[in-house]
Unconditional design. Sequence first.
Length: 264
Amino acid sequence: MSFSQQVVWITGASSGIGEATAYLLAKQGARLVLSARRQGELERVKSALGVDPTDVLVLPMDVEKPDEFPALVDIVLHTFGRIDILYNNAGISQRGGVLESDLSVYQRLMEVNFYGVVALTKAVLPVMMKQGSGLIAATSSVSGKLGSAKRSGYSASKHALHGFFDALRAEVHQHGIRITLICPGYIQTEISKNALGPDGKAHGKMDQNQAKGMPVMTCAQKIVRAFEKKTPEVYMGGFEVVGVYLKRFFPGILRRILVNEAPK
């Protein structure tokens, strides 16, 4: 798959995995739509790409406002005429136990990580159906394959993505549309700092595992490779990725590991 002149829409493009992926795709000649809430940060990323400004559209959006998505799709089509790849990357994590976490935390996690993704996918899908081609990707997580302590809402929202996109993959394959689920483990981003605490406020701390995780650009390289190969599901990170295979082949061992490593 060549990215030259391909129109790629990335949400959560103002930092972390989304920003790093934008840099790599820009180098390969893609035309980019950069979305996130912070317009100033999106403009910073656009300037740092070092490409023709007409090949980059800064399109601020809030994934918790799905009513605005159809109008945003129209803006992309007016600017570039098509959408070849939609990368649903925006998301938020969690740091808090079930008993102590307010129900509103679970509601927001689902709104951002699941419903927002579903809504934008549904808004873009008719465009790709008309084109007869397209790739829809979403950032899930290793936590989308297994659950661990203090991440119950986050894990649930990411598990939901797998159910939705596995079903969508079966529905749209005959129309030339492919689905890729991205499942990172510990990546060197600020996701733990921005994670929702039990009261819904930002966790505000960098997890040790996160700080020692895979460099974000290495992660982005694996994501771009998955786009090239149209890989249905891809995992990246460190030893934590082994948990995906333990769950599949040795679920009892994984359960013991997760219980023993849970915060006491």
